[in-house]
Ligand binder design. Structure first.
Ligand code: C2E
Ligand code: MG
Ligand code: MG
Length: 560
């Protein structure tokens, strides 16, 4: 709450050299206000500066020794904070009114004083007016940077666009690359300085070019401005100004622009879209500008649609589970060994939606947990059905997303599934992607350890896709390494690729881990993998992921 409003009894400062005047005003106001008094301008100014956050009003005599009322007003006028505190001038001379008004006085009381009720009324009215103004200012402006707050920015634009409907304006989002690191490494105070500097640079830009801006939250800024002919030039000049002001560290800005017309969406949406554009170049050091385009727009609309439909789609059975076989290549003839369960969304209108589209989306908002739980149960029920139908044990692995590992009920859910479908840990494996181990490594490693203690076999998925350090293998609990497609792709055309794959296989074997190579599409790749000592291969060379009925043909072929 505003400090100013929080004081139970507001303070009024009376500055007058005549004691009788001070006493009289005290007497009149004492019931409602805490009255402070000073006998001259110097004393009065000292009190005002010390208590500027709590004093609600000053009553000021003009003719005083040491420092007169005019000088007092002048000093107050030059100080941004003191200027906010209203002053009632106590005077017997009509002539002084204009001069004091120019110096910022708010009202006058004629000596000898009027009736106490009138004095009261005038004091109350001024205090109230000032407080209202302060409240408005505190919701209108961001405290740290002085830019508009997000709420005010949205309201103001909405109002403007109602009155000037034909004006097309762009929305620009500005963000600081890795701002959390700036804060962590250089401290909050430095972080605040960066934010204030960026705000200053934005304000300077808009002063010259028109438009206005807000700080939305943390290090996100939005600008509302006429379409700029060269946004690349704009962001480069903002960046240059920032480099000039902050030379100790290189703080990098990135910018997203949305030019979607306002009749197509309200301002909040247009800001989100500018932010979406800006996010597409996150961590990309080759770009600092991204313009929201039709492709992004369609992607956003699709995302919203998929998120809204996920629950109904699960109930409606639109999520199908496909199975991709893994073949043991150690013998003379490849042998069907196991399979991976891969989800597909059979959307009634959009057709087959690939997990590459919806899994990253659902990982962001946690919806993945619901989809995964459905996939895990479906896969378990399928393993159990094949067991009965063919009297075989064909282990299936399911994918566990990083988000699933944060679910406190995870162990219970998975154990429950095995019990429900009468499966053992040898028939149902878990794949945890390598990137899950990045970040909160300790927590994730603990969660995975707990699953292993329960008996689950863990396959590290996508090993070598970008995040791994070989060293991390020594601390992470896994049973099987799934070598990422990228490591397999070129082994038949490029010696270096082959050597890297061989090295990974050597290390894995040294650590007693089995290796599944993913994404083998050619016979030659499979041969090379076999020579290098790889045990199991999953890839289009053998089969694409298949719906259960088609997968059964592979089982039957194996038995023939
Ligand atoms: P992943 O777990 O690494 O699955 C392997 C992906 O590689 C699958 O893509 C598969 O179709 C593809 N693939 C296999 N062999 C080849 C090949 O020879 N060439 C090429 N080009 N691709 C091959 P898919 O099914 O599109 O799945 C993509 C990713 O989505 C999966 O990668 C996995 O991370 C995730 N995913 C799939 N289903 C689920 C699920 O039920 N839950 C969770 N959390 N993630 C899933
Ligand atoms: Mg997988
Ligand atoms: Mg994989």
């Amino acid at each position: 709450m505003n400090e100013f409003m929080d004081t139970r009894r507001r303070q009024v400062l009376v500055v007058d050299d005549e004691e009788v005047n001070r006493q009289m005003l005290s007497f009149i106001l004492a019931e409602q206000y805490e009255v402070l008094s000073a006998a001259n301008g110097v004393e009065g100014m000292a009190i005002l500066k010390e208590k500027k956050n709590t004093i609600a009003l000053v009553m000021l005599d003009l003719l005083m020794p040491e420092m007169d009322g005019y000088e007092f007003l002048r000093i107050r006028h030059e100080d941004e904070d003191l200027r906010m505190i209203p002053v009632i001038v106590l005077t017997s001379e009509e002539r002084s009114e204009l001069r004091t008004l120019k110096l910022g006085a708010s009202d006058f009381l004629k000596k000898p004083y009027d009736m106490p009720e009138i004095i009261h009324a005038r004091v109350d009215r001024l205090v109230e007016l000032t407080e209202n103004r302060r409240v408005i200012q505190s919701t209108e402006r961001d405290r740290l940077t002085g830019l508009y707050t997000k709420q005010y920015f949205f309201e103001y634009i909405t109002m403007r666009e109602t009155y000037f409907p034909s004006h097309q304006m762009d929305v620009v989002a500005l963000n600081i690359e890795k701002f959390h690191l700036v804060n962590e490494v250089f401290g909050r105070e430095f972080g605040d300085r960066v934010l204030k500097t960026v705000a200053g640079i934005i304000s300077d830009y808009l002063d010259d070019n028109g438009g206005f801006a807000c700080r939305s939250n943390a290090d996100w800024f939005y600008l509302y401005m006429e379409c700029c002919a060269d946004y690349q030039k704009m962001i480069d000049s903002l960046q240059m100004a920032l480099d000039r002001s902050i030379s100790e560290v290189h703080v990098r800005l990135r910018m997203g622009v949305n030019g979607v017309r306002k009749d197509q969406a309200e301002i909040e949406r247009r800001c989100d879209w500018a932010k979406t554009a800006c996010d597409t170049i996150k961590d990309d050091y080759t770009k600092n500008l991204s313009v929201y385009d039709t492709a992004m727009h369609e992607h956003s609309l699709l995302s919203i649609r998929l998120i809204n439909e996920v629950d109904a789609a699960i109930l409606d059975g639109q999520f199908a589970v496909y199975y991709q076989p893994k073949y043991d290549i150690t013998g003379n003839k490849p042998k069907l060994k196991s399979a991976e369960a891969l989800v597909r969304w059979q959307h009634p209108e959009l057709g087959l939606v690939s997990p590459g589209t919806f899994i990253p989306l659902f990982e962001k908002n946690g919806l993945i947990q619901r989809v995964d739980y459905h996939v895990w149960r479906t896969a378990a029920s399928q393993v159990s059905a094949w067991k009965k139908k063919y009297d075989i044990s064909l282990p299936v692995s399911v994918n566990i997303s990083r988000i699933d590992l944060y679910d406190p009920a995870l162990e219970e859910k998975l154990t429950g599934i095995l019990e429900e479908f009468g499966l053992s840990h040898e028939e149902y494996y878990l794949e945890v992607t390598e990137s899950a181990y990045v970040g909160d490594q300790k927590f994730i490693a603990e969660a995975v350890k707990r699953l292993r203690r329960l008996g689950f076999k863990i396959e590290m998925d996508d090993f070598g896709s970008g995040y791994s350090s070989l060293n991390s293998l020594s601390v992470l609990p896994v049973d099987v390494l799934k070598m990422d497609m990228k490591l397999v792709q070129n082994i038949h055309t490029d010696y270096n690729s082959l050597h890297i794959a061989e090295a990974v296989l050597d290390i894995a074997h040294f650590m007693d881990l089995k290796v599944v190579a993913e994404g083998a599409e050619e016979e030659r790749q499979v041969e090379l993998l076999k020579n290098a000592g790889c045990d199991i291969v999953q890839g289009w060379y053998f089969s694409k992921p298949l719906p259960p009925e088609e997968f059964e043909k592979l089982i039957e072929a194996e038995r023939a």
